[in-house]
Write a protein that binds this ligand. Structure first.
Ligand SMILES: [Zn+2]
Length: 341
């Protein structure tokens, strides 16, 4: 079991990142990966804090999350000869830094600037042009969160994070199915931790209409990432709803955010599993996340195709879609019955 050693969730604490790193592993030189916008917002405070802690640093810009750009950053960071790699940003920079750290066998620290997905603390990455699902890399040695920065991120990103949390409801059920049908290993503790992350957010979502509780959402996302660390697989966090999201990406890239697709996928899959899918819709609406295909520009044709091919992207991962012989007609009927279409 590989787990983060230290997780800090604070407010207006980005200026303390240097001392956090010293407490974590005393690095002398680090490489940072971020996007341009995030660099603009955080650069001065981070660099000042690092130099106060006498940590040399080299920044790398991530512009895309495809395999080619990740390889280029990998080649550059290799030359840095740094002790530790930090991904600071939304999904892309954290994913690239995680992959680079894994390849170079260096410790990795995650500094999320939006609560948009559960890769923040998980050992998994998905890069465009690689396998059509997340692959295992390294668990972060540390996770450092400044809620103040997350609060300023676009509301759409937080809503997307909630979509990724709703995915735990269906993912855990799929895992139970795999245990019951094919005798797959089932980790009760990891499964409960993932379920609890979703439940806490569902139970409180009524209050999100006015203002989402960013701390609660990011802590839930971190907990589900830790659940994946404990399970040693993405099982507690990713089931048929993720396969659906990956299938949409596979068929047509650029439709919606990861968590938005997973949230919509969770509605569909929950109905197939006989779970309370209306509860998922309610929660997603409370936080302003999309609950229809139209809202993310997903055409009925792509939705239907995605549901029919989803399981074939990862046949060994047993889900409800392994049991249901999904056809495009069935997919359309399912989407219509849940209001997704
Ligand atoms: Zn996800």
């Amino acid at each position: 079991m590989e787990l983060p050693r230290q997780i800090v969730v604070g407010e207006k604490n980005i200026s303390n990142i240097g001392s956090f790193l010293i407490g974590l592993s005393r690095p002398r030189k680090i490489s940072l990966v971020s996007g341009e916008q995030v660099r603009k917002i955080t650069y001065n405070k981070v660099v000042r804090s690092l130099s106060e802690s006498k940590i040399k640093n080299i920044w790398h810009l991530s512009t895309s999350n495809d395999v080619e750009s990740a390889k280029k950053i990998l080649a550059d960071i290799k030359k840095d000869k740094s002790d530790l790699i930090i991904g600071i940003g939304g999904g892309r920079s954290v994913d690239i830094a995680k992959m680079v750290a894994f390849t170079l066998k260096k410790p990795f620290v995650s500094v999320p600037t939006s609560a948009s997905h559960d890769g923040i603390a998980s050992p998994f990455v998905s890069l465009r042009g690689d396998k059509p699902y997340s692959i295992i890399a390294t668990a972060p040695l540390g996770v450092f969160v400044d809620i103040e920065i997350l609060k300023k991120a676009p509301r759409r990103l937080i809503a997307s994070g909630c979509g990724d949390l709703m995915a735990k409801v269906t993912a855990v059920r799929d895992w139970e199915l795999a245990r019951d049908k094919i005798g797959e290993y089932f980790g009760t503790y990891a499964a409960n931790l993932a379920s609890m992350s979703a439940k806490i957010v569902i139970d409180n979502s009524k209050n999100f209409k006015k203002k989402p509780d960013v701390r609660m959402i990011v802590e839930a996302l971190i907990s589900s990432g830790v659940a994946a660390c404990i399970a040693g697989s993405s099982r507690p966090c990713s089931g048929a709803e993720h396969l659906f999201s990956h299938a949409v990406d596979y068929l047509e890239s650029g439709i919606g955010l990861h968590g938005e697709k997973c949230g919509i996928g969770a509605i569909l899959i929950a109905k197939l599993q006989g779970q309370d899918w209306k509860k998922i819709i309610r929660m997603l609406k409370d936080v302003g996340a999309p609950t229809t295909a139209k809202e993310i520009g997903l055409e009925p044709r792509i939705l239907a195709k995605a549901l029919t091919i989803a399981q074939s992207l990862r046949p060994e991962r047993y889900t409800i879609l392994s049991q249901v012989k999904m056809t495009e007609e069935k997919a359309i009927a399912l989407a219509k019955s849940t209001g997704v279409l």
